[in-house]
Design a protein. Sequence first.
Length: 362
Amino acid sequence: MAKVELKNIGKTYEGNVKAVENANIIVEDKEFVVFVGPSGCGKSTTLRMVAGLEDITEGELLIDGERMNDVPPKDRNIAMVFQNYALYPHMSVYENMAFGLKIKKVPKAEIDKRVHEAAKILDIEKFLDRKPRALSGGQRQRVAVGRAIVRNPKVFLFDEPLSNLDAKLRVQMRAELSDLHLRLNATMIYVTHDQVEAMTMASKIVVMKDGKVQQIGAPLHLYNHPANKFVAGFIGSPPMNFLTLKVETSGALKGENFEIRPAAAHGEALKKYQDKDIFFGIRPEDLSYTESPEDNNIPARITVVEPLGADIHLWLMAGNQPMVARTEPHYNFKVGDTVNFRPNMDKAQYFDRETELSVLDA
């Protein structure tokens, strides 16, 4: 397969609109790398520059060490799967999958072999004679993936391929694409705005915001060691809570009507913030409900109760600051109740109020 390198890649549109700035990303051979971020963050533009569908304003794109900036898309040996499937409605599934190979004048017997092999992998053999309009959304997506597989490309590119599917089918297709990556042993780059897709599928995640790469790393590394407040809040569902707390000279963290103490391992990093406000980050699952007020608790008023079966999400107000807790379903929580939650201070994160960078990784 292939190694893909983006060196100081940038894209500027007319009017000096910077869509991507100074992106440095390495996709190793056989990796499944997911570009994730909110709409307009530059992730799809970056993918399209790799595909050759967008010109590169600055920097270098290398595939297997070869500079690709000026190489036409058809000569990059890549295959792209689009959000809207981009199937030819007048062609059968077989013809859609075979079309690119026919254009390249691949022998008919080889085309037939590749199409049937891909259809078997994707479990769409029985649909080869059908037109796209006779297929469900998930089946059309498999055809689009099959069309990419038959080309035996060096790199697979996916641009939000599951966003048009319903929630249940998205979960199923996530698992199928992860399995496909293992079976093909392929290099894959996948774009999504859904951090759950990124967490469940990627071997490496690239988090982007406002055209800039915020952090690159394995899913659990980003989850447990976010580089800044944006990454901490974007990765994880429900998102991380952020409370503005003051670091006391004693080392304690003071809120509006409570005081908590940081873990011993974090005390040194917080020393330079004494008498200053800081963003205290804690994930909903790292808040433990306690029935009696004790030290190191955060009192909060319940504003919304969301029962989800296996657990409950409580939307809370800690003084005038919103917070979410994930807890067990057997408690009889009611809107308006005041409850106490103890944060797992070993899992807490801290961010500078000015730069929003992590204090712990500084």
